[in-house]
Design a protein around this ligand. Sequence first.
Ligand SMILES: *Cc1c(COP(=O)(O)O)cnc(C)c1O
Length: 219
Amino acid sequence: MSITQNLNKIKRSLPSGVTLVAVSKTKPEADLMEAYNAGQRIFGENKVQEMTRKWESMPKDIQWHMIGHVQRNKVKYMAEYVALVHGVDSFRLLKEINKQALKHNRVVDCLLQMHIAEEDSKFGLDADELKQILASDEFQQLKNVRISGLMGMATFTDDQVQIRREFKTLKKIFDKTKETLPEIDILSMGMSGDYQIAIEEGANMVRIGSSIFGARNGH
Ligand SMILES: *Cc1c(COP(=O)(O)O)cnc(C)c1O
């Protein structure tokens, strides 16, 4: 099936209220343009340089989401335009985004990435670290970032019971966090292999790459 057909099929399968991030990392701009021409406006990338290159040459009504791990020294290259940073997994990174956003007179939306996978190879905060960040005075003073929700990745496994359990954990943390930060409204979880489970467990943003654009090389 073509990118357009894949995209339309996935969009039809998403309940209303679930936002689709088309994960276009490693894919050529021609592929992104096919999705764009089919109506897609939110694209997710995991490398700042690649995202910036695409942002420079592609239509300006695209919202660029940084979904990968971000090194602090790369924040300055995306601060001018990035629409949502999904992978904020440290207070130092959040402070750097705030600093660079201020230079562009912007408030940058961020998701705090939670560690939910039972395997220990994935990035993310645990519930205590999240609490500490949100309770700190320093956090209250950051005026150029807005925490708009949470993001997480389940373990890469065929065990659907485990995946569901991990998404449930994140949803619980999300609901709990909403008690102190009622303005958060994005729960980003689910990829090509597990987005249906994620939606059943409360995701309202899914990040789908290979089911739209096809398999990636070298991953
Ligand atoms: C690559 C990636 C995705 C998309 O993965 P697919 O399996 O291709 O849908 C989603 N989220 C993150 C953080 C990724 O790095």
